[in-house]
Every structure is written in structure tokens, then in C-alpha cells.
Design a protein around this ligand. Sequence first.
Ligand code: FES
Ligand code: MG
Length: 596
Amino acid sequence: MSQTESAPAGLRSRAWWDNSANPEMTALYLERFLNYGLTGAELQSGRPIIGIAQTGNDLVPCNRHHLGLADRVKDGVRDGGGIPFEFPVHPLQETGKRPTAALDRNLAYLGLVEVLHGYPLDGVVLTTGCDKTTPACLMAAATVNLPAIVLSGGPMLNGYHNGMRTGSGLVIWQSKRLLAAGEIDYDEYMARVTASAPSIGHCNTMGTALSMNSLAEALGMSLPGCAAIPAPLAERAQMAYDTGRRAVAVVREDLTPRKVMTREAFENAIVVASAIAASTNAPIHVNAIARHVGVDLSNQDWQRVGRDIPVLVNLAPAGEYLGEDFHRAGGVPAVMRSLLAAGHLHGDAVTVSGATVAENLEGVPSADPAVIRPLDDPVTARGGLLVMSGNLFDSAIMKTSVITDGFRSRRLPGPEGSSVFEFRAIVFDGPEDYHARIEDPALDIDQDCILVIRYTGPVGYPGSAEVVNMELPASLSRRGLAALPALGDGRQSGTSDAPSILNASPEAAVGGNLAILRTGDRIRVDLDRARVDVLLPDEEIAERRARHEPPALENQTPWQEIYRATVGQLDSGGCLELAVSYQDLVHTKGIPRDSH
Ligand code: FES
Ligand code: MG
């Protein structure tokens, strides 16, 4: 049988390259792709065309090794019977992009939607890694509903400094405190920070990168075991080959994102998020992916499905170990094996492997219990998120696994086990204001304060910034205090260990009540009722709202203006709101019209 005869019906690439319908246009579409050595015969053979969405480049060191891995993906695609086409994705690097990489997540999403829809592609390998690359790619695949498979880049090797593990991000936040307290000098600070990045790969703590790649696997969008393999290992390149090969089969089986990322798959992801103590950025990104794939998911689902799932994975910042240890202990499959056995997962959810979750987990060995703890001896009994509301915002989240004993010890007197707190607010308008005033003795900051930061959400910043985890004034650090609670309409690094109330929606810049808060106001945090309230009469709040003049927002680029005009709030994923109505493009919109 020739390859043409064995090709599945309805490959969308044939609308470009099958000359039976439109020979003049076919010639135009074909000729430019032949100019580097492809032949007309192979492009017209009816073999699936597999895009490789390349997120690696010199601006994105966390994903840069995907440039090399793509060769193994291509080998896999060829051996699987497809033809690979690699193309770039708008660069998204978490620490290097100003003002935020979060601003560009939706830009990369938009660009990728246009590529997947407008070129002769039958399926796509999504190369993921650094924080925002994973959601941007999955959001675009969700919108277009082109058969897709994730290839994670994997974490860096463990970093060490004087025998101590130096986890990405976390060592920076910890060492900043020591530097501020005068316990280490700048050279030692720099030595610790640079020791945390010993190899190619993304952050090796359970920050947003490893969280989102683990959740892509939990969603069924990557091959089992893909997320945790460290970037430099041979297994990573072998996974690249297997992923490329499987991509062709995913097309032949028409295993589209909407068939994989179902409501059950999202509930599996939420359960796994608790068990790995995922980044507080995970609900934002996962909710955004869900909206684009047409699944109604909210922070309330996170609390309902995930709150009582224990933390099993003993990785920093919630625990001790790093990505290399996670992989050796069994990675995501070992975690899911325990969760499935305890009845916490939908075992019949289909994955891109072509098998169900339960089938994928058959024969997976039990985990190294030091790194992946058993359910009856977890790192923390409850790993989920608390979704808070009150008179300052409609929705904010708190990661319960990082609420410290020090924080709990400040609770108000009350019944045994109650968790109600009152704090004096110290309010900052963004990180510049915070840095300018945090050491001001007139603020009289003490351990009964809560640090509040506002105008740091999607519209305010723009993009929403990871600035809610604020360091203490040096005077308090020197007295041995590790952290104060914080509250804000921005985000917090997934590598942070601070007890913070984050992602407050609506943000101050769109009229949320954080805008009318003043330094000195009393704030009550009631963990039992999941409420945060400023202790002011309603009339006072209304009066302050009437007198409030919002600060002017300056756009520095055209994209910032477009973004601010179209972005939603963090509780619903920070999506481009107008994009959400575009669903399942390959089936609802068909092939775009001819280019000439
Ligand atoms: Fe890129 Fe953490 S900064 S993965
Ligand atoms: Mg970050």
C-alpha cells in the first residue's frame, strides 16, 4: 500500500498540498517548501505534517535546550511516518522579561493560535518548560483543537552550595533575608544564587515551571513520566524521540485536546496540584486552559476537589528536595499511582499516550518514600488552596501548605483550633513604593502587620507581577522574624514559601476595594470562614470609593494597551476575554481562505 492510500482521511494539510482540488494554488503552496530540499512527493504523500512549536531560544535559557531536543523530536516524527516542521514561539522567560512574562503569555498564545490555524499543520508538539511557556502552548492548542502533545524541557540538575541544596528561586528569597539581616555578605549571596542554576533546564523547585509541566502530564497531554526528567539526561532526549513518534499517532487517532482535556482530566490535575504542592500560579493557568478548551472550571473547583488532598511530594519550597530527586523517586507517575489507588483520580481519563490514566499507571513501581511520601505519612495533611473572599475582593487564594507555625501563633484568642487573625495594614502602591518606604521608621512595622501591595494585577502592572511576597524591614529580620503575612492583587513566585493572600480579583486598577485601603486600617483574616475583611463600616467604604481617583496607567508599548483593554482577572485565568468565544477552530472555522 502506498503512503497516500494509508493516510487518514481529512488531514487538514491536504487543503494546501493536495492538487486535486486547486492545482494552481497547490503549486504556489508547494514551491517555497521545496526550496530547501523537501520534495513534492513527500509533501503530497498524505503523511501527517507535525509542527514543533519551539519555545527555546537565546532569550529563554530555561528552554534553550529544546533547540537540540527538536532534532530527536524530528527523528521520532519521521520514524512515526510524519513530516516535521519546526517554528518559533514568541519568547517567554520568567525572570528576564520586563515588566512581566505574564503580559506576554497571552501574546505568545495569540501568535501560536494564528500559526496552528493558518499553516498546513495536522498536529503539533508543544515544547514547554519555563513558567508561561506551558500554559501559552496549551491554551493555543485548546483554542485551535489541533491534535497536540507536550514535550517538557525538564528541570535543571540539583544545585548545591557548601553541601546544601540550592533550589531555584527559593534560595534567592531565603538569601535575600539573610543579606538584609546582615548574616551574609553580597559575595556569599551571589555565590548561593548562581549555585542554584547548575545546568540547562528550568527551575528545579516545585515552582511554576515544574508545577505546570507536572500538571500537563496529569492532564494527559504529555507521555507518562515526561515532566520530571532533568533536562541534561539521556532520558530527556529519548522522551523527545518518543514524543515526536507518538505525535504522528495522535494525529492518526484524531486525539484532539478536547478529547483529552475533559472535566475529569482537569479534576485529576487539581488533585495532582495539591499532592505536589503546586505553585499558586497553577490555578490561573489551568483555569485559562480550561476556558479555552470549553471546560467550566473555577477556583471553587480547586478548593472543592483539591483542598483535602495531602502534599505527598517533598520538594522545595514546601519540602526538602529538588527536581532531580523527584525524577529518581518516580516523578508524576509515582504520585498519580498513589492517588489513583486511594480513589482520588479519574482512572478512565484518556491521555495522549492513547491509553487511559489507569492503564498508563499499570506496573509503575512504588515511589521512594523520602521524596514522594505515602498518603498516610504526607508532608502536609492538606495541600490545597483556600479560596478567600470578603469586602476587599471577590476572590483571592492562599496556599495552605506554606502557612507556618509562626503565622498560626499570631491567631486571636478563640475556640481551640480556630484561625482568626487581625492585622494592621501597611499599604504600598506597587514594588517601587514598597522599596522606597519599607524601611521608613514612621510606618512602625511590627509582627502584627500585614503588608499589602496593590496596582500589581493584570491591568495594573501590566500582566500581574510576582511581588506579593515582600521582604520584611531589616529591623524585623534582625530580630529573627522570617516573614509577615502579605496581601495583594499581584501574584507570588511559585518558588516562594511566604504565607500570602494572592491574586485578589478584582484588582485595584479596575475598581477593586484594595484601592481604598489605607495604612493603619485593621484587616481581619478568618481562615475558618475563608474571609478577608477590612474592619470599616460600609458607609466609610462607600465614601472612600466615591472620593477615590484611580491613578493613570501608562502604556509603554502597543501590546500593553491592547492587553489592558482585553484582559480578564486572575480568578478567571487572566485570559484575553474576546478570545474565549473562539473555540475548537479546526471544526468551527475550518480551513482559512487561500492566501492569493
Ligand atoms: Fe524559567 Fe524558572 S525562570 S523556569
Ligand atoms: Mg516566577
